[in-house]
Design a protein around this ligand. Sequence first.
Ligand code: SAH
Ligand code: TYD
Ligand code: ZN
Length: 416
Amino acid sequence: MISPADRARPRATCRACGGTVVQFLDLGRQPLSDRFLTEPEIPQEYFFQLAVGLCETCTMVQLMQEVPRERMFHEDYPYYSSGSAVMQKHFADTARQLLETEAGGPDPFVVEIGCNDGVMLRTVHEAGVRHLGFEPSGKVAEAARAKGLRVRGDFFEESTARAVRASDGPADVIFAANTICHIPYLDSILRGVDALLGPDGVFVFEDPYLGDILAKTSFDQIYDEHFFLFSARSVQALAASFGFELVDVDRLAVHGGEVRYTLARAGARRPADRVAALIAEEDAGGVATLARLDQFAAQVGRIRDDLRALLERLTAEGKRVVAYGATAKSATVANFCGIGPDLVSRVYDTTPAKQGRLTPGTHIPVHPASEFPTDPPDYALLFAWNHADEIMAKEQAFRQAGGAWILYVPHVHVRD
Ligand code: SAH
Ligand code: TYD
Ligand code: ZN
């Protein structure tokens, strides 16, 4: 029975199946997470309502409102995948594994959707394998071309996929990392994959995993670009409605916990046992239930209260607090929790395209990470918590000198 409270929940149409999406969390008015501003740009800043819901029919968790893709992915898109040494190794390993298992035939062809600066395809290219990257964001695509890669500056969708099939023939592998969850027009993507993929080919994509997001209350994985939060069950349903089958799932530690999904044409491969095992685990944990998602929403509110209280106390005590990592994820945290330059004086980051600018919505100045050791604060709020090992190893001197990290995943705590 639908309770009166459920009836009052806002609804939207599911972008995966056309069913009804029921809202469970509202994260408020939010800016574009990767739009770092100059001072004169502040009055024109774009905002949208960030809320997330569950599809009653296919269990896909998704945003209630879509941001037009050209606002997010354009000439100056500032995220460079090669900015993390750990991710460089992850993608080199991924490419080698794909080449070994899926590119054994004569003249194999590997396509990547959202190749960014070429962090994965460079290994494919070095192996002498035919490849093509789709990358609509201008400067990151240019960085990939500078590595000798073949890049098409288009959004992958049905029409562009058909064009590549006509000019280049079928693909053995279509790969995407941290990109399919960015794309509301999933129907066009799957029709495009259908058009471009060879009969025995695989569509492999990895994205932040709903199970990990719930387990860690990592609500900062929710922002304009992360339209979908996938689970094995929702991806299985999606695959089935487009003539594909989910044949493997691989849990990954990167970016705070992801799953790599492997789709093949229906009936072409026997699904690995771990597909059913992961779905059973999701069902046992109630991953796709409003009861579990409401509990998550309540935990998010607690993190906001705890983080604000901690930062306000430290500020009142006269401590110097900065942040580390101008991540897209941190736009959600900073704007939802109301963290501006009054609580965190600056954010350090290695990305030249973000430095000298202001963070989205809360307008905290971004400084080069190279300056962090020269002017050590008392506390550093680790916005790039998914790169904690890499960053803490690099910045060991900070803690040795008495500094402490503030983390908010899986709950607010201080590591000194
Ligand atoms: N694969 C990289 C980049 C992830 S960021 C990594 O894992 O680090 C997401 C990228 O997808 C951006 O570079 C963006 O420009 C690109 N993108 C967004 N929509 C796309 C589409 N429809 N087709 C191809 N690329 C897309
Ligand atoms: P990331 O968490 O990978 O993604 P998103 O922006 O999608 O949330 O972003 C990491 C950010 O942190 C990026 O701007 C680069 C920066 N960074 C550093 O400043 N130093 C580092 O050592 C690493 C690994 C990242
Ligand atoms: Zn649905």
